[in-house]
Design a protein around this ligand. Structure first.
Ligand code: SF4
Length: 746
């Protein structure tokens, strides 16, 4: 509470440890952050926080913080240098590489944890300054399939509704998401809604483990990893067969398509026939009766809200999985109504706002618009005041291609010779990670971060960066909500905000005119970058022109885009035309007249969304005789990503100190494994040595390992597969085949 903590002042901000976007107040005493409390007026969390929100900031004061620029010397050791020396070296080397090997020889690899102003500025420097689309970021590893799903189904990215739909939904479809550990505050809202009327609020969980999320389910759909496409089609088949469809939606708002050919509803019905409950049970191990009941609840006990994360996205058929969940909403009319939404939750705090919306991926421009579109390039070139034709029409490399093609200057097979990485740790977080270490080590690698990581170990230059509360800026969370954090304290040593680093690099490369700058006042510079971005996306469907710093400073809850002008209250529910669709306002369109709903899937079929007839395809590497287990990976509630921050908070490190492998008792017995024994887990790419947790929550044949641990023996991405989705290019972290053997005593 505000009263019981002794601080000098409380400053409004956001949590940086997941995509929920919880509002916080940061308590500052004697110039240091001394406490965090939840903001009771924040529309995302109403004052509640999880352990990371309360304690994560403590890592700021860990003695391992990077405080000075470091450059690798001829003896392979890092030595401290001045900022001038470090930045001059980076600029000189980048220019040399570009002159010798072309403008695309140097890449930028960003993060869903950078502030929006930073991602936008680095993206502008590369695409508008160098004329190179070699820009990608870690949201490619977590959200790209959700983007692909939204864009192919509805025509634009990001969900239609808001978290506020949770309190109006009567059925929840939680799929590919361990909400209770990965988005605990959202889970709290879902659980409260369930508890408010346990008999009438229903929860369906589709997930191969009996997680703490699945334990609140009325219906559990334990489909084997990567087989749920068949479950979704089977649910659709039951819905159509029993006439639980919304006929008006189907006739007026849906367009049925194979992806290459438009078909009619009869063809869709015919296509679904193969997915009988019995056939799907055989394929997925998911009980047929559960699928039938899930379909009934989904369609008849609405409004229905789906929520998902990596279980759908980190797949070789991630876009299709997203499409098929959207299908269920469209054919039952469960979208664009209060409590009805098809909602992908974001993993990182600013993957939506900072990377998707600013177009900081290799194929996009600001406003999530394709770089291949000449009209979009023209508009952005005008906004950036750069010569016509400066932006390259050809997309750059996506993440997996980038790291596969990064290497030494004299290696003709590797066109990327240098890379600038900020606020992320790909040496640990890429699937099959050790395969890519050689390229990182041999290229000219620059890393800006707050702590030493597995990636800084491979760098040539390490730049010490500021933590969110040491610089401020805007984050955009999963529900299209932008929130401003104000600077609370100074960074340690000589650490600097990433925006300053971008501007200094631009200056040394002769591109300072691109970046609006106002001396060394960080708040003014971040505001100028934000205003530059607002102008750039002013005329787009994603417009957040009306979201100004002044408004964000005053508003406890931030603002949701579209927000086209400064009078707009923002938009809680998209695709609804006519009256202002903000919920809980007097003129609200609670359930809009259907004729007001308008999707953008295809210009030729105005107003409609695509319902896809996607064929079934299972995982890339299913278990076989040699590798008989499914391995799936995920987060735990205490730890954030690769653990570089949360493992430096003593309370968190003690509560969840290392990764482990969850194994079902029947499998453990077969292999002579007891709780706590060390297990060697081997895939086609590498192995881990992990302590066993013998638990019933993982079904027979399925193993689970959390991914935060950076210990070489327990680093799970030495084992995972780097195959990726054809459309989104997002890798299949969630599923690969492994074998196990007992390795030794605890
Ligand atoms: Fe932070 Fe996410 Fe926890 Fe909220 S749920 S406090 S945003 S980590």
């Amino acid at each position: 509470s505000e009263d019981v903590v002794d601080v000098d002042k409380w400053i409004k901000g956001t949590c940086r440890f997941c995509g929920t976007g919880c509002g916080v107040y940061v308590g500052v005493k004697n110039g240091r952050v001394a406490a965090i409390r939840g903001n009771p007026q924040a529309a995302t969390n109403f004052g509640f926080l999880c352990v990371k929100g309360f304690k994560g900031y403590m890592s700021m004061y860990h003695p391992d913080r990077l405080k000075y620029p470091l450059v690798r010397g001829a003896d392979d050791k890092f030595k401290r240098v001045s900022w001038d020396e470090a930045l001059n070296l980076v600029a000189k080397k980048f220019m040399e590489l570009q002159q010798k090997h072309g403008k695309d020889a140097v890449a930028y690899y960003g993060s869903g944890q950078c502030m929006t102003e930073e991602s936008y500025t680095f993206n502008k420097l590369w695409k508008g300054g160098f004329g190179s689309n070699m820009v990608d970021g870690n949201p490619r590893l977590c959200m790209a399939s959700a983007v692909g799903g939204y864009v192919t189904t509805f025509g634009t990215d990001e969900p239609a509704g808001s978290y506020a739909d949770i309190e109006k939904a009567r059925t929840f479809f939680l799929v590919g998401s361990n909400l209770s550990e990965c988005h605990p505050i959202i889970f709290r809202r879902v659980t409260r809604q369930k508890l408010s009327n346990p008999d009438n609020i229903k929860v369906i969980v589709c997930e191969p483990r009996l997680t703490s999320t699945a334990r609140i389910a009325d219906i559990w759909l334990p489909a084997d990893p990567g087989t749920d496409l068949a479950v979704f089609h089977c649910m659709a088949r039951e819905i159509v067969k029993n006439n639980w469809v919304d006929k008006w939606y189907i006739e007026n708002l849906c367009r049925f398509t194979t992806g290459t050919q438009v078909v009619d509803f009869a063809a869709y019905t015919q296509f679904l026939e193969q997915f009988t409950p019995e056939a799907v049970e055989k394929l997925t191990r998911c009980p047929a009766a559960n699928i039938v009941e899930a379909a009934r609840l989904f369609a008849t006990q609405g409004p229905t809200m789906s929520l998902w994360t990596m279980g759908l996205n980190q797949r070789t058929r991630g876009v299709w999985a997203n499409n098929l969940v959207h299908n269920l909403h469209l054919i039952t009319g469960n979208i664009c109504k209060e409590g009805a939404d098809s909602f992908s939750l974001t993993g990182q705090p600013n993957a939506c706002g900072g990377v998707r919306e600013t177009g900081s991926l290799s194929h996009l421009l600001p406003g999530t618009r394709p770089v291949a579109n000449p009209a979009v390039r023209e508009q952005v070139e005008k906004a950036w005041k750069i010569p016509a034709g400066k932006i390259d029409p050809k997309p750059g490399f996506h993440t997996m291609e980038m790291f596969a093609k990064l290497g030494a200057e004299n290696d003709a097979s590797k066109p990327l010779k240098g890379m600038f990485i900020t606020t992320t740790n790909p040496a640990q977080s890429l699937p099959n990670c050790h395969k890519y270490h050689k390229g990182m080590k041999e290229s000219f690698l620059v890393v800006a971060d707050i702590f030493p990581t597995r990636t800084t170990q491979l760098a040539d230059v390490i730049l010490p960066a500021a933590f969110i509360y040491e610089k401020g800026g805007v984050y955009g969370c999963s529900e299209r909500r932008s929130q401003l954090t104000s600077k609370c304290t100074d960074p340690p040593g000589e650490a600097k905000p990433d925006l300053w680093i971008a501007a200094q690099l631009a200056k040394r490369m002769g591109l300072e005119k691109l970046i609006p700058w106002n001396g060394d006042d960080p708040a003014a510079n971040y505001k100028m970058a934000w205003d530059d971005y607002r102008e750039c996306v002013k005329m787009t469907e994603h417009s957040l022109y009306g979201i100004t710093y002044d408004r964000l400073l005053k508003m406890e809850e931030g603002l949701q885009w579209p927000c086209p002008d400064e009078k707009s209250p923002g938009t809680a529910r998209r695709y609804v035309r006519g009256k202002d669709p903000i919920m809980d306002m007097p003129e609200i369109v609670k359930v809009p007249p259907q004729a007001l709903i308008y999707f953008y899937a295809d210009q030729k079929h105005e107003g409609r969304a695509n319902v896809f007839l996607r064929p079934y395809k299972g995982p890339e590497e299913p278990p076989d005789k040699e590798y008989p287990f499914f391995l799936t990976t995920g987060r735990v509630i205490e730890q954030w990503h690769s653990g570089t921050m949360t493992m430096r908070v003593p309370e968190i490190a003690r509560s969840q100190p290392n990764a482990y492998v969850e194994i079902h008792p029947s499998d453990a017995k077969q292999y002579g494994i007891n709780n706590g024994d060390l297990v060697k887990m081997i895939s086609r790419r590498g192995f881990n040595i992990l302590p066993a947790r013998v638990v019933k929550s993982s079904l027979p044949g399925i193993l689970f390992v959390p991914w935060f641990d950076q210990d070489w023996d327990r680093m799970i991405n030495r084992v995972t597969i780097d195959a990726f989705d054809d459309g989104s290019k997002q890798p299949e972290f969630k599923i690969c085949a492994v074998r196990i053997e007992r390795f030794g005593d605890p």
